[in-house]
Design a protein around this ligand. Structure first.
Ligand SMILES: Cc1cc2nc3c(=O)[nH]c(=O)nc-3n(C[C@H](O)[C@H](O)[C@H](O)COP(=O)(O)OP(=O)(O)OC[C@H]3O[C@@H](n4cnc5c(N)ncnc54)[C@H](O)[C@@H]3O)c2cc1C
Length: 148
């Protein structure tokens, strides 16, 4: 899909975007989630192809596309926190924090967190207007840095 946009892409085919998730060389185009190579902080980390990043980037990209149409300021995407949680089947799960992947939880405790991630953190909003709008608000979409 990104091949249809006449703009620079990385080796995953993701469109290079500015801090507001705008594709700089094409007017009116924003890219997000798996389709965008976006800086998520000021120290050289980039969003990965993950739910964790796609959920928050989507809120910023949607907000900014609407903001540009309305002529109001766009908001720079930022996401300092980064965690991984690897399900290990009967052995539980491994939960790490930070880009250095510092181990914080293992076994059953990690597994409980994995289940919460899948059923709460990245779960789609209820099919209700207020819940859907809240989940699309960039100021409210979780950046896990607040938890650790
Ligand atoms: C098997 C698998 C397991 C994964 N497990 C994990 C995990 O455990 N943890 C994690 O963080 N991430 C995981 N990921 C990655 C995660 O799913 C993606 O990073 C995330 O879904 C990206 O979100 P997105 O909104 O950018 O794209 P998507 O979720 O892919 O959404 C894109 C949507 O656009 C639609 N679309 C495509 N082309 C068009 C078109 N031309 N017109 C209209 N609609 C179109 C597609 O049908 C799709 O619904 C996994 C991915 C896969 C494939």
């Amino acid at each position: 899909m990104t091949q249809q946009i006449p703009a620079e892409r990385d080796n995953f085919g993701r469109l290079l975007v500015d801090r507001d998730l705008r594709v700089p060389s094409v007017d009116g185009v924003f890219a997000t989630g798996d389709a965008a190579r976006a800086a998520c902080d000021d120290i050289g980390n980039y969003a990965l192809m993950s739910c964790q990043h796609a959920t928050r980037m989507g809120a910023f990209a949607g907000n900014n596309a609407a903001a540009e149409l309305l002529g109001v300021p766009t908001k720079p995407y930022h996401q300092k926190g980064y965690v991984t949680c690897l399900d290990l089947g009967e052995a539980g799960a491994l939960f790490t924090v930070g880009w250095e992947r510092q181990v914080k939880m293992v076994g059953d405790v990690g597994k409980k967190t994995k289940q919460e991630i899948n059923t709460v953190w990245i779960y789609p909003p209820r099919a209700e207007r207020a819940a859907a709008l809240a989940s699309a608000d960039p100021e409210r979409v979780t950046d896990v840095s607040g938890f650790f």
